[in-house]
Design a protein around this ligand. Structure first.
Ligand code: URP
Ligand code: ZN
Ligand code: ZN
Length: 487
């Protein structure tokens, strides 16, 4: 057979094996993987390169308005270009419902933003902030059936948070219809209580953001939502885990056999609370929620990546410029409570982990692939197309030069943020060529595709619902009493 494109002489790695070999591509899909293949119509020489599945970033915020009304700096063009330059070929941002909005309209609006701009493929999670009867009985069941099979709920932020009763409603629906609930787990009242007292005492600087988001607020909410999920025997995924206490709570639940999954992000490995302690308002560039912590928590997060506590490593790219539009809405008078929360990370997510994880023997290359691509596809229902290098999969491939040294500068990054929290670091390893459905998106620093050439991908039921799970006796009794069948 004649291949449209071949990638030959590289070292191919998946989540389970590393082998020398060639890849043949026809119509954007992988048609063959073998020791040797004849050159296709276009042939890419991958000698000396690692050939990895393109990354999947399952947590990023694009063209999203924050709970305090601030629009992200990136649209679907700049975000997807930036992702592609960093070796990511699929993103799953959020279609975010604010209270009072129809979920169906929210999803339609995000599609209208993404379709003309995205250069790589995308799906959407939902953010559910208003689980009323319309949402629970009509809109969510409809949307799940159409491939929006995961949604995020918040335990903090006054304008987004759900109470425990509402979270139980959402978990019950997710269990019944096979959707995955992602949780932002921080105790809202603890944070508010501390913040009010800090501000009253004149402690307004960015570093007080970390003080108000005490690690106990994270570990309390994490433990609480784990109990809610166990009550209903329903899988839950705790997003952007930062502190040692939350890591321990997730691990403990997993040891008990509870279907609890975890996500962490670059900022919890490579940044610390001390980064927020900069002159003036500069520390705002490092403020996100939960905030970066200390060396002990960084170590716990590294261990959680290596020992399987975390299944996914995402960016939580929440891009805001260091000006009135994002980080400094009140100029010099901005307090830690006014600024938009979030740090950029779409482009550097993979290079940072490759350099400091694989390059420093904290993670194997196969773990890197699992944490950055394969597990995202499995957990979020994309594995019919994405996440590995195998016949039948979309040809989403990143060719990495494992030796290339890069000194990070904001000027070289393709997002629209204008700064990077990782400025000046030198890392080793970079994705030099990136393919999406066989199209060469980036090659040696050049973008080669048109805006709008990315595609929406409808997702299937998330992986945790396709794994045979033991249903507890408590849940069997419980469901017989409340009339819901146990699966
Ligand atoms: O600070 C962050 N992470 N902002 C983005 C919104 C969120 O909660 O993920
Ligand atoms: Zn969050
Ligand atoms: Zn987020």
């Amino acid at each position: 057979m004649k291949f449209h494109k071949t990638v030959r002489h590289g070292m191919i790695a998946t989540a389970t094996e590393t082998r020398a070999g060639d890849i043949g591509i026809i119509d954007g899909r992988i048609a063959a993987v073998a020791d040797r293949l004849p050159a296709g119509s276009e042939d890419i020489d991958a000698s000396g390169l690692l050939v990895l599945p393109g990354g999947i970033d399952s947590h990023c915020h694009v063209e999203q308005i924050s709970s305090n009304g601030l629009m992200t700096a990136d649209d679907f063009y700049s975000a997807t270009v930036s992702a592609a330059y960093g070796g990511t070929t699929t993103i799953i941002p959020f279609a975010a419902q604010h209270r009072g909005m129809s979920l169906l309209k929210v999803v339609a609006d995000y599609h209208a933003c993404a379709a003309p701009k995205a250069v790589i493929d995308y799906a959407f999670h939902l953010i559910v902030s208003d689980p009323d009867e319309q949402a629970l009985e009509h809109d969510l069941p409809n949307l799940i059936a159409q491939g929006y099979t995961s949604f995020k709920v918040y335990m903090t932020y006054d304008m987004l948070k759900l109470d425990d009763y509402q979270i139980l409603d959402v978990l019950e629906l997710a269990r019944r219809l096979g959707a995955l609930v992602m949780v932002h787990a921080e105790n809202n009242d603890m944070i508010k209580w501390i913040a009010k007292r800090l501000l009253a005492n004149g402690h307004t600087a960015p570093r007080f953001h970390a003080v108000s988001h005490d690690p106990l607020a994270e570990s309390e909410a994490t433990s609480r939502v784990i109990q809610l999920s166990r009550l209903l025997d329903t899988p839950v995924l705790i997003v952007h885990v930062s502190g040692i206490g939350a890591v321990a709570a997730i691990r403990a639940a997993q040891v008990l056999g509870a279907p609890v999954y975890g996500e962490t992000c670059p900022q919890y490995l490579f940044l610390a609370a001390s980064d927020m302690d900069k002159p003036g308002l500069d520390g705002a560039m490092f403020c996100c929620s939960p905030p970066p912590r200390d060396a002990q928590s960084q170590q716990a997060v590294w261990e959680g990546l290596a020992n399987g506590t975390f299944q996914v490593y995402s960016s939580d790219h929440a891009p805001y410029r260091f000006d009135e539009s994002g980080k400094l809405p009140k100029g010099e008078q901005t307090t830690f409570k006014d600024m938009a929360n979030g740090v950029p990370g779409l482009e550097l997510r993979l290079p940072l982990l490759f350099s400091e994880g694989v390059g420093k023997d904290r993670l194997s290359l196969n773990q890197f692939v699992a944490l950055t691509a394969t597990n995202h596809a499995r957990i979020y229902g994309l594995e019919h197309r994405k996440g590995t290098i195998a016949v039948g999969q979309d040809a989403d491939i990143a060719l990495w030069d494992p030796e290339r040294k890069t000194t990070i500068t904001a000027a070289a990054i393709h997002d629209n943020v204008g700064y990077t929290p990782y400025e000046g670091r030198t890392i080793t390893g970079w994705p030099v060529t990136v393919l999406s459905r066989g199209r060469t998106v980036v090659h040696e620093g050049k973008l080669l595709v048109e805006r709008g050439s990315g595609m929406f991908i409808a997702r299937r039921s998330p992986g945790p619902f396709r794994i045979e799970r033991k249903v507890s006796d408590r849940f069997k009794l419980f469901s017989s009493l409340i009339g819901r069948p146990s699966p």
